[in-house]
Design a protein around this ligand. Structure first.
Ligand SMILES: [Zn+2]
Length: 159
């Protein structure tokens, strides 16, 4: 079998950032996949599943309610390696065009209080596996260390 495109990126060179990893074409339509890389692969501890799960619930809720972007949101969910998340938007985008959206999402998570949306046994397959405190920690870290003052090296994958 062919090695898929996402495995051809050298993960030893990667740092946290906002990267376009794919553009898929369906007729005239374009879907842009972003890798929202929260931690440095293979060099830093990965996020635990509970906080990844909480970020998934809160991030998806935020994006799918966004006043100007909700119609563009195709998908938001975790990478299996737990170093970040995928966000897929309907449209042809560059990373720098979505930095403010991702910042807003992180600010929403950092300031979130109350019941996590969708965290009930009817709505979720593992509803009690949540960690809001650590979700806030990772969202804040990504916001402060990566998204604020982000430069080109953290917006485009190294060749
Ligand atoms: Zn869930």
């Amino acid at each position: 079998m062919e090695r898929i495109a996402s495995f051809t990126i050298n993960h030893l060179l990667l740092e946290p950032g906002v990267y376009v990893s794919r553009k898929d074409y369906a007729g005239e339509e374009v879907l842009t996949t972003f890798d929202l890389r929260f931690t440095t692969p293979n060099k830093e501890p990965v996020m635990s599943t509970a906080e990844v799960h909480t970020i998934e619930h809160l991030g998806a809720t935020f994006l799918r309610n966004h006043p100007t972007m909700k119609e563009r949101v195709v998908y938001f969910g975790p990478m299996g390696c737990r170093t970040g998340f995928y966000m897929i938007l309907h449209g042809d985008y560059e990373s720098k065009e979505v930095v403010s959206l991702v910042k807003e999402m992180c600010e929403f998570i950092v300031s979130f209080e109350g019941e996590i949306p969708g965290a009930t046994p009817v709505e979720c397959g593992n509803y009690s596996d949540q960690n809001l405190t650590m979700a806030k920690y990772w969202a804040n870290r990504y916001l402060e260390n990566t998204l604020k003052n982000i430069d080109e090296n953290h917006l485009v994958y190294p060749k």
